[in-house]
Design a protein around this ligand. Structure first.
Ligand code: HPA
Length: 248
């Protein structure tokens, strides 16, 4: 196995590279589940060995339901990663989570379907019932929050991430239901990634970048969500990511 990777970062929509990563080497491992979304770029950040993988591929060619979540995590683990920080672009549902907010959720609800969401599907594999009461590793969440404080980057502590199937955005009724269910954020890639990380015994936390008000959740209830708004808000909110990651 390669030298330990101190942090693996998985980038979401609009987050295709890691600013400040130096001496980068691309790795293209093929796992027992197939190939990951793209090259895993391993380099140095503030003197620490860090890996970066673009979840949708570097050209954003993979829709959320076709991402090979198992290959991505197994490849990162095989390269020596033990801790994964997932960057997820999301819509905001409740008042604290408006566009351009950064958040570190502490709960999730899974509305996805038809995705391979466990490692137990392999023939002959042991059936696992992993504890998932805290879907994000509390210790890693604390470190992310502390890093944000040190870096002076505003980061909302907590919130419930609702994972939807996509690739379409939600209806206003779906978002109203998710609000009633207790969701604060909505995204398409949070699951099964978090559950697979737990089965693999990887530490895993989510850093959510709010790109838009979810359907009907903002002040203009009939607002149409455009890709341009999403990308503009992600670009603006991402300004906080390099200092936060360096501090982490
Ligand atoms: N819904 C689901 N996923 C998203 C959204 C949204 O409104 N915005 C960014 N990712």
């Amino acid at each position: 196995m390669d030298r330990l990777i101190e942090l693996a970062v998985i980038g979401g929509t609009g987050l295709y590279q890691l600013a400040g990563l130096e001496d980068v080497e691309p790795h293209q491992p093929v796992t027992r589940f197939g190939a990951p979304s793209g090259p895993i770029r391993v380099g140095m950040l503030e003197g620490h060995r860090v890996a970066f993988l673009a979840r949708h591929g570097e050209e954003h060619s993979l829709p959320p339901h076709q991402i090979n979540y198992r290959a991505n995590l197994v490849a990162l683990q095989a390269l020596g990663a033990r801790r994964v920080l997932a960057l997820n672009t999301v819509g905001g549902i409740t008042a604290r989570f408006g566009p351009r907010v950064l958040a570190c959720p502490d709960q999730l609800i899974d509305y996805t379907w038809g995705r391979i969401s466990t490692l137990c599907e392999e023939p002959g594999s042991e059936v696992m019932h992993v504890d998932f009461g805290d879907p994000y590793t509390p210790g890693l969440r604390r470190e992310v929050l502390a890093a944000a404080t040190r870096a002076g980057v505003a980061l909302e502590d907590g919130g419930c991430y609702g994972a939807t199937q996509g690739p379409r955005l939600e209806t206003r009724a779906e978002i109203a239901r998710m609000r009633r269910d207790g969701c604060d954020l909505v995204g398409m890639t949070g699951m099964p990634e978090a559950a697979l990380a737990r089965e693999l015994e990887l530490d895993y936390a989510c850093l959510a970048v709010v790109a838009n008000w979810a359907a009907g959740a903002g002040p203009d209830v009939a607002e149409v969500i455009t890709l341009q708004d999403v990308l503009d808000n992600v670009a603006a909110a991402s300004a906080g990511l390099p200092p936060l990651l360096r501090a982490l």
